[in-house]
Write a protein that binds this ligand. Structure first.
Ligand code: 5AD
Ligand code: SF4
Length: 487
């Protein structure tokens, strides 16, 4: 039996890709293990969004080189966004990396290749069962697509429709870090991005937009829910560009189709684009509150029209605030979160204050804030990085400090309320961790049996990042007996 381990960096699209591949490999008989040390096949799924993310991954790749000393048969692969554009360098710099496969390459070729890798690992493990230290170290496989085309691989090629990936054979995979965790499902509803925001490398690493059909997505959600998933995450770089390849149905129609599925589960999605989001998305969310979570992640990036234009984000602060207005009107309890970049080339104090002003106006429940990182190939790259590092750092710190205060005020509003939470896992502190529909963490005491169920918690204390509460139903059975939803 072949043991596999994935180290996944980056966004939810990467998580969804890793999950798809893990399922594919499990269907081939592989076992997912909890550490790279136990694995025969290690896959590193990489993120290129900022230089820091890449560096972290490079460090990890360096560290795992030692694992091939005692266990030379181990295969190491690098996949994802960095693999898309730095494959030659990865091969050159890390002689222990056996294969590199980018996020925009033909997944069918990769499946064939992996089938071959697994067959070969199984054979090696049988032959050398008593002396794995004697296995010769395999070399580097170069261009995987060419290899698959040129060589007769040991495994049979499986044919998928384009974009279908391995989902049709996917079993819900419990990639749990602890003994027991709620099942969440990550489903790519589209890949790629056509926006070319001037700072962003994603269109280069993931290619052009491609949507999957509603029929296929709905089937997949239904199957995963039947198999125990309680939270379904629909992933796309710009979900509002979603268009069913069969009949052109829109993202809100996709949301509606998913929301109409039977079963007790929550649906979240990332990310909409402020330029493209339409009011019907918000109306649909408001129409199906039991399924579609009370949370909108609406990336702002900058609160200055000048910077938004330089970023090639074709919306204004006014338009952004109009969208926020729709959410506040139709979903008054919704949480709103965002992404913000500070220190984009040309950002002056006034521009930065514009971002701060939007933060005050929106009152976000959480922000993901980043220092601008110049990325090769992007149009902003040629602008250099003129904002001094200490200014960027200072802007980031000040913004994060203020956001903490806002989070506290937002969370305090929930004190005394009863929240429906999905119980995720037991934490090291001994408390259960749940999340509200608005994606706010809730700590409370309760039985393990509650993990993976929805329950009601009375909130008695709010902090910056967590709520503390009291369980209203003591067991999973009590819980089932009371399915009433409090929002
Ligand atoms: N530098 C800093 N942050 C970036 N992001 C994307 N590209 C960059 C970059 N070059 C941020 C954006 C995006 C989030 C996923 O990452 O805020 O929404
Ligand atoms: Fe990058 Fe912009 Fe596409 Fe988001 S919308 S992935 S920031 S290019």
């Amino acid at each position: 039996m072949v043991n596999i381990f994935f180290k996944t960096y980056g966004c939810q699209a990467n998580i969804a890709d890793s999950e798809g591949l893990i399922s594919y490999l499990q269907d081939l008989g592989c076992t997912y293990v909890r550490s790279a040390e136990e694995a025969d096949l290690i896959m590193v799924n990489t993120c290129a969004i900022r230089a820091k993310a890449e560096q972290k991954m490079f460090t990890y790749l360096g560290e795992i080189a030692k694992l091939t000393k005692a266990r030379p048969h181990v295969r190491i692969g690098v996949i994802g966004c960095v693999a898309s554009y730095r494959s030659k360098e990865l091969y050159k710099r890390f002689s222990h990396v056996n294969f590199v496969f980018g996020a925009r390459e033909d997944i069918r070729a990769f499946h064939s290749y992996l089938m071959d890798v697994i067959t070969s690992l199984e054979t090696i493990k049988q032959h050398y069962a008593d002396n794995m230290g004697n296995v010769p170290r395999p070399g580097q496989d170069g261009n995987i697509k060419k290899l698959v085309e040129s060589k007769k691989l040991a495994g049979k090629t499986i044919r998928f429709k384009p974009g279908e990936i391995a989902y049709n054979m996917r079993k819900v995979h419990q990639q749990s870090k602890g003994p027991l965790e709620v099942q969440k499902s990550y489903i790519n509803i589209m890949t790629g991005c056509n926006n070319y925001c001037s700072y962003c490398i994603v269109p280069f690493t993931r290619g052009r937009e491609q949507s999957y059909s509603i029929k296929y997505i709905v089937d997949r959600v239904a199957r995963e829910v039947t198999q125990g998933a309680k939270e379904v995450n629909l992933i796309g770089q710009n979900v509002n560009s979603y268009s069913d390849p069969d009949d052109g149905r829109s993202f809100s129609q996709l949301l509606e189709a998913v929301a109409q599925l039977p079963g007790e589960f929550w649906v979240r999605y990332v990310s909409p684009h402020p330029k493209d989001i339409t009011i019907d998305v918000v109306e649909t969310m408001a129409k199906y509150p039991e399924k579609l979570c009370d949370w909108v992640h609406l990336p702002l990036q900058a609160g200055s029209n000048t910077i938004l234009e330089a970023m090639k984000r074709p919306y204004t602060v006014k338009r952004y605030m109009e969208v926020v207005g729709w959410i506040r009107k139709h979903m008054p309890k919704a949480t709103i979160t965002t992404d913000i970049i500070v220190g984009f080339p040309g950002e002056n104090q006034e521009d930065y204050e514009g971002t701060r002003a939007v933060m005050e106006d929106v009152q976000y429940d959480h922000i993901f804030s980043f220092i601008y990182s110049p990325r090769k190939y992007t149009t902003a790259y040629k602008l250099g990085d003129p904002c001094p590092p200490e200014v960027k750092q200072q802007r980031l710190m000040a913004l994060q400090k203020r956001q903490k205060e806002i989070c506290l005020v937002r969370n305090k509003r929930l004190e005394g309320s009863i929240q429906r939470v999905l119980v995720e896992k037991r934490q090291a502190s001994g408390k259960l961790l749940g999340r509200t529909s608005g994606n706010i963490r809730v700590n409370f005491d309760g039985d393990d049996a509650l993990i993976g169920t929805f329950t009601q918690v009375q909130i008695d204390r709010a902090g910056i990042a967590n709520l503390e509460g009291l369980l209203l139903h003591k067991t999973a059975e009590d819980n089932l007996a009371n399915t009433q939803i409090t929002r």
